[in-house]
Design a protein around this ligand. Structure first.
Ligand SMILES: *[C@@H]1O[C@H](CO)[C@@H](O)[C@H](O)[C@H]1NC(C)=O
Ligand SMILES: *[C@@H]1O[C@H](CO)[C@@H](O)[C@H](O)[C@H]1NC(C)=O
Ligand SMILES: *[C@@H]1O[C@H](CO)[C@@H](O)[C@H](O)[C@H]1NC(C)=O
Ligand SMILES: [Zn+2]
Ligand SMILES: [Zn+2]
Length: 308
C-alpha cells in the first residue's frame, strides 16, 4: 500500500529534479531542434587568462581552425584542455585586432558576438600570415601604424596571365535558383577585372566548380554548422556553399544571400584573402539578410594582385 502512494510522489520529485536539465536542453537547441553550435561561446563570455572553464577547448579549436593558434603544437596537452593560458590570450588579441575590436585578450561580449556570426571557413591566418592587418608591408612603411586593407594568400597564388577566360560549372543536380545569383556575382567581378567568365555544362573540365555540400565532404575542410561557404585559392577552382543554411535569391530576412556569398568566394578563387575592412566583400563574416557588393578595397586588391 505504502509503496503505491510513494511511487507518484517519487516520480514527481524526479520530474522536478530533471526540470532544469530539460529547460537547459530546450534553450541550447534552435527552433528546428538542432543544437546551436555557438551555445558554448555564450557560456564562456567574460572568461580571461588564468581561468579553467568547461568548453574552453572548443574556443581553442575555433581559433585554431581560423589560424589563430598555430603556435599550439597539438602534441602539447594545452591545445585540447580548458586552461585559459597566455597563448589563448594572445590569439584572442590577434582576433580582436583583425576585427577592429578592443584587444583586451578576454572573451568580452563584443568578441563573443563577432565569433557567433556565421562566416567563410577560409582561415584568417595561413602559415602565420594574417591577411587581415598585414597592410604594413604593402604600404612600404616601417611604422607600427596599421593600415587595414585587402590581402593575398601566402605566396600570392594567382591565375596565369594567359588564363583570363575562365569557365565555371555547377555540380549536376545543383539547385537551379543558384545559377542566376552566381552568374551575377561573376559578372560583377568581370566588370572590374580583365577576367571573363563563361558558364558551361561540363563540370569535370571547367576551371571553376560550384556545389552545395554539407558536413565532412572530403576536401579536408568540413562544414561545422558555423560556416557558410568556402573556396580555394588559384588555380584550384572549387567553391562550396554549405547546403544546411537557408539560401535566398533575393535579400530575405533570416536567409543568406546567394549572390553576396558568391562575390566573396569568387574573390578567393581569384586570389584574394580576407580583408579587415568591414564594408569589403572579403570581410569574413556575414549576417542573415545582408547583401553587399564589391567595395573599393576589393577592386584595389584584385588590381594590385594582377597589376592592372
Ligand atoms: C604552409 O607551410 C607548409 C610548410 O612550409 C607548406 O607545406 C604548405 O603548403 C603551406 N600552406 C600554405 C597554404 O601556404
Ligand atoms: C530556415 O528557415 C526556416 C523557416 O523560416 C526556419 O524554421 C529554420 O530554422 C531556418 N534554418 C536555418 C538553418 O536557419
Ligand atoms: C526576386 O525578386 C525579383 C524582382 O523583384 C522577382 O522577379 C523574383 O521573382 C524574386 N525571386 C524569388 C525567388 O523570390
Ligand atoms: Zn572567405
Ligand atoms: Zn569544401
Amino acid at each position: 500500500m505504502a509503496s503505491k502512494a510513494i511511487l507518484p510522489f517519487f516520480s514527481f520529485t524526479i520530474f522536478l529534479l530533471l526540470l532544469p536539465l530539460l529547460f537547459h536542453s530546450v534553450l541550447a537547441h534552435s527552433k528546428d531542434g538542432k543544437p546551436s553550435p555557438f551555445e558554448y561561446l555564450q557560456h564562456l563570455q567574460g572568461c580571461h587568462k588564468g581561468e579553467h572553464v568547461k568548453d574552453l577547448h572548443k574556443l581553442k579549436k575555433y581559433l585554431h581552425n581560423y589560424g589563430y593558434l598555430s603556435n599550439y603544437d597539438n602534441s602539447k596537452t594545452h591545445a585540447n584542455d580548458d586552461d585559459f593560458d597566455e597563448f589563448l590570450e594572445s590569439a584572442i588579441k590577434t582576433y580582436q585586432l583583425n576585427y577592429h575590436l578592443k584587444p583586451t585578450g578576454t572573451l568580452d561580449a563584443k568578441t563573443v558576438s563577432k565569433m557567433m556570426s556565421p562566416r567563410c571557413s577560409v582561415a584568417d591566418i595561413i602559415n602565420g600570415t594574417t591577411g587581415m592587418v598585414s597592410g604594413k608591408k604593402r604600404q612600404g612603411s616601417k611604422s607600427v601604424h596599421r593600415v587595414s586593407h585587402y590581402a593575398f594568400f601566402p605566396q600570392e597564388p594567382k591565375w596565369p596571365a594567359s588564363k583570363f577566360d575562365l569557365t565555371y560549372a555547377f555540380l549536376p543536380g545543383t539547385r537551379v535558383d543558384a545559377i542566376g545569383p552566381v552568374g551575377r556575382a561573376f559578372q560583377a567581378w568581370a566588370a572590374n577585372t580583365h577576367f571573363r567568365f563563361t558558364w558551361i555544362g561540363d563540370y569535370v573540365n571547367s576551371d571553376i566548380k560550384i556545389s552545395f555540400e554539407s558536413g565532412d565532404h572530403g576536401d579536408g575542410d568540413p562544414f561545422d554548422g558555423t560556416q557558410l561557404a568556402h573556396a580555394f585559392a588559384p588555380t584550384d577552382g572549387r567553391f562550396h556553399y554549405d547546403a544546411s543554411w537557408n539560401w535566398s535569391v533575393n535579400v530575405t530576412a533570416g536567409s543568406y544571400h546567394l549572390e553576396t556569398i558568391a562575390l566573396h568566394e569568387i574573390g578567393h578563387l581569384l586570389g584574394l584573402h580576407h580583408s579587415s575592412v568591414e564594408g569589403s566583400i572579403m570581410y569574413p563574416s556575414f549576417k542573415p539578410g545582408e547583401s553587399k557588393g564589391l567595395h573599393a578595397d576589393d577592386v584595389q586588391g584584385i588590381k594590385a594582385l594582377y597589376n592592372f
